[in-house]
Structure formats: C-alpha cells, structure tokens
Design a binder for this molecule. Structure first.
Ligand SMILES: O=c1ccn([C@@H]2O[C@H](COP(=O)(O)O)[C@@H](O)[C@H]2O)c(=O)[nH]1
Length: 499
C-alpha cells in the first residue's frame, strides 16, 4: 500500500473513533471552533495507535531528517504513548519532559539519559498555535539539547508553522486540516458546506504564539458557522453520528415540522384517532405505554402503520433509569416489548454508561440497532428539578463521547447545553399560553422554547389534547414552531425577540 493510501485509511479511522469531529466546540483560547481534535481517544484503540506509530516512523524516514543519534521526546501528555511506540519500533532512545520539575530528589525537568549537544526530535499530536511544542523545546534547550524539528500528527493550520519557525523549529505534519477535510469530503463523510465553514474559520482565526488572534494586523471576530442553533436541519443531518438522528433531521427538514405530540391518553382507540388526525403535522409521536389501559400488540402495530402513513417516528417516553441488566429486560421484554416498536426511547443518564450498554444488548442485529436510538434526559421541565449543571453537562458528555451512534439527542431546557449539530435537542413544557400547571410543570411559548431555549423538537401534550380541534391546534403549533426555527437560522420573515 502506498503512503498516500495508508494516510487516507488512517484519516477515516480517526474520524470513525471520534479523534476529530465537526460542530461547535469551546477551545482553550476562549473561542468556539467548528472542528475539534482529541487524539487521546486512540489509547482505547490499540490497532489505531500501532498503525499511527508505523506511519509516523515511515514519515520520519521519508522526511529525510538526519535523526542519527537523536532522542525522541513526546509533548506531554497525549503524544507520549505514540512517541513511546515509535521509540520502540525505530530503536531510538526517548526523553520525557516533566510538566513541572520534581519538588524533591533530582528536581529534573527532563527524564532519560542524554548529554548536552545531543539532538532531540519532538513528537506532537495536534498543533494549533505551536505553543505546547515551544514550551517543550524551551525545557529541552535549557538542558543543552539541540532541537530543530518536530513531527506532528495534525496541523490545524492556525499559525503553528510560522510560530515554531520563528523559534528555530521546523514542523513536519503528517496531516494538515485541509487534507483531512478533503479526505472526509471525498469519502462523503462531510458536505461541502462543512468544508467551507471550517476553512472560513481557519482563515479568520490565525493564532500567534502568545495566544492572540490577528488577521492583516487587526483583531478579528471569529464566527463559527457550525453552531447548532444557527444551522439548517439538512446540514446538521450530515454531521449526525447516530443513523436515526440523521433520518429524523431529514424527516423534519422535508416535512417542515419540529412538533412532537405527547399522546398522553389512556385508551388505545383515542390515541390512534389522535395520531391519524395530527399525523400530518408532527415529526414524532410520544407515548407513555404504561398509561394505556388496553395496551395490545395490535395497538402498536396500528400505531406503526399510522407512523408510516404520515411519516413520523415513535418515541416511548419510558425514562429508563435502572442498571443495565434490568433495563435490557424492561426494554426488550415484559408486557410492552418496547424495543419491537418504538424507534426511540428516553433514558436517564443517572446510572452511568451501563444503562446504554444494557439497552443496546436488548436490540438484536446490527441492522435493527441502526433503527433504534435514545434521547438522554439532561434536564427536566418541572419546578425545582434536581438536574444541576454538572449533571446535565456529564449527560451530554456521555452522549457524545461514549455511544454517539446510539444517542439521537438530549432532553433539556437550556440553549447552550447541546453544542454538537448532529445531536437533537428535545424540549417539553411548551404551550401557547406560558405558565405552570398545578403540579409544577413549567410552560414556555413556542417562540421562546425555540429561540431562547434552543429546542429543535418541541413536545406538546395538553396544549393539543385539551383542544376541541386537535388537528387545527397541532397545525398552529407546527407553524409557529417552524417559523421560530426559520428565524433562528436567519431565513425567517420576522426578526426580534420571543413572544
Ligand atoms: O422534562 C420533561 C420530560 C418529559 N416530559 C413529558 O412531556 C410531556 C409534556 O406534556 P404536557 O401535557 O405538554 O405538559 C409529558 O408526556 C411528560 O411526561 C415533560 O413534561 N418534562
């Protein structure tokens, strides 16, 4: 295999394991970026680590650097395992730079055997401004080592080459961000619009080694066009990692609706009649199967047939919250056999990752798995809900880092919680009249929920159920929600604050 083919294969594998992703990410330097690299994830994929080390070793040889007698030093900490592997494979000795000098004993900054005047080659994972490389170089040089070159896995092309060059270090990058974008585009992993948004950001956001941003001598305002709430559902579908979220985003875009009906009725016939009447206006129909007094297999088959007829998905709001072994049985078995008919279910993140593993284990084949997904509950719509910021952020982390293929979205109430454009925000507590019911349920208007709270899909129950003409009322909700969405992405007719 040629080096080029190996690089492309590795690039696709890195994308697959989430070593880089596209969306809206807060960076160390305090601005939001449309692309995020986290090469730490490779330690969980030994095959990727091994391949990366092999390719880097070959890359070092191809770069024609004079590395005879040179030491290798990985920039702490992400580059350390890769540097170690290259050291073993190429039989080159390694040095380790401590981030802080030891407070006792030798007080060494650099661990390993070396003499002043020895050469040292830097290994780094991702470079933005190059400041991490330069910190390491400074410590190595202060011990008399000679450092002239750095091998880098990814150059984000935001000034690293110039900043390191100014301090006498040449960067040799296996991948540039532009190269990765082209490979992802060719492989149809991303759309042209994503490439353009990232390129625009990179062009506007060149970072100097002191951390300041400048372009043509002036400070710039950097706009991230991959911000979830500013994007269309069509564009976001391309960035969704979960197949069902992709389908749902496309469905919402073609049917022009973000309305989810909470069909909280207790007789199956009433639910079916309602689903038939309201079906043309909704993207999701949400059930609580355990409140249906005459629940039957026939009922769910009829519901599925209406879902196909009117093009909506079924969400069972079961709010699973137990250990993996129990939820597997609750989901796949029992009276309701939820996994057989519900496209989506709601799940509490409280028990941790095991709950998602348990639910997944109840789904049969890979094909079936691709047609099932969950919404994780990060916040509730009720007065005094105990879901605090730490809990809700940890829930979103669980969704994006652990099971991105299985989590379609987040149930929450706050705009800035869901950054990833591929994840859907589902928000209950929506009514034409704002207020509170007698049991602590809080309601906001359709406009406020979409524009101020960042909702993608809005759940409406009693606002429609209590109406004498549910289908007309559903249409009103659908229209107001859709108009608010258009205004949010900047294509609506009206502008201004929420009603
Ligand atoms: O935080 C949450 C999570 C779920 N729900 C569910 O949504 C509907 C809301 O019904 P309304 O009649 O519009 O109040 C209901 O099925 C809840 O179980 C929620 O309200 N809040």
């Amino acid at each position: 295999m040629t080096m080029e083919a190996k690089k492309k294969e590795l690039a696709l594998r890195l994308f697959e394991i989430n070593a880089f992703k596209f969306g809206d990410f807060k960076m160390k330097v305090g601005i939001n970026s449309p692309v995020y690299f986290d090469l730490r994830v490779i330690v969980s994929h030994p095959d990727v680590m091994d391949t990366l080390a092999d390719i880097l070793q070959e890359f070092i040889v191809d770069s024609k650097l004079n590395t005879a007698g040179a030491h290798l030093c990985g920039v702490p900490y992400t580059a350390l395992p890769v540097a170690t592997l290259i050291s073993i494979k190429s039989n080159k000795p390694m040095l380790i730079r401590r981030k802080e000098a030891k407070k006792y004993g030798t007080k060494k900054l650099i661990e390993g055997k070396f003499n002043a005047g020895d050469k040292c080659l830097i290994i780094e994972d991702v470079v933005t401004s190059g400041s991490s490389i330069l910190e390491t170089v400074e410590d190595l040089r202060s011990e008399g080592l000679v450092v002239t070159d750095a091998i880098v896995v990814v150059d984000r092309e935001q000034g690293g080459v110039q900043n390191t060059e100014e301090r006498g270090v040449r960067m040799h990058s296996l991948f540039t961000l532009s190269y990765l974008l082209q490979v992802m585009l060719e492989a149809k992993r991303i759309e042209e619009s994503t490439v353009k948004a990232v390129a625009k950001y990179i062009d506007a956001c060149q970072i100097r080694s002191d951390g300041s941003f400048m372009k043509n001598g002036t400070t710039v305002v950097v706009v991230n066009e991959l911000c979830r709430t500013g994007m269309t559902f069509e564009a976001r579908a391309d960035l969704a990692k979960c197949p069902l979220a992709k389908d749902l985003l496309k469905l919402m875009a073609t049917k022009k609706t973000t309305l989810c009906l909470a069909a909280d009725l207790t007789k199956s016939e009433d639910i079916l009649n309602l689903a038939d009447a309201v079906g043309p206006y909704i993207c999701l129909l949400k059930t609580h199967c355990d409140i249906v007094c005459d629940f039957s297999e026939q009922f769910v088959r009829s519901l599925q047939s209406l879902a196909r007829q009117h093009n909506f998905l079924l969400l069972e709001d079961r709010k699973f919250a137990d250990i993996g072994n129990t939820v597997a049985q609750q989901y796949g078995g029992g009276l309701y056999r939820i996994a057989d008919w519900a496209d989506l279910v709601t799940v509490h993140a409280l028990p941790g990752q095991g709950i998602l593993k348990g639910l997944k284990s109840a789904i049969g084949t890979d094909k079936q798995a691709a047609s099932r997904a969950v919404f994780l509950l990060a916040e509730m719509s009720t007065e005094g809900a105990l879901t605090d910021e730490k809990y809700s952020s940890a829930t979103v982390k669980m969704a994006t880092e652990m099971d991105p293929d299985f989590v379609a979205g987040i149930v929450c109430q706050s705009k800035d919680l869901v950054a990833s454009p591929g994840l859907l925000q589902l928000t209950p507590g929506v009514k034409l009249e704002e207020g509170v019911d007698g049991l602590g349920q809080l309601y906001d208007s359709p406009e406020r929920v979409v524009k101020d709270k960042g909702a993608d899909i809005c759940v409406v129950g009693r606002g429609i159920l209590a109406s004498k003409t549910p289908s007309d009322t559903a249409r009103i909700y659908r229209d107001r929600l859709w108009e608010a969405y258009l205004e949010r992405i900047g294509t609506g007719e009206k502008n201004g604050s929420a009603k």
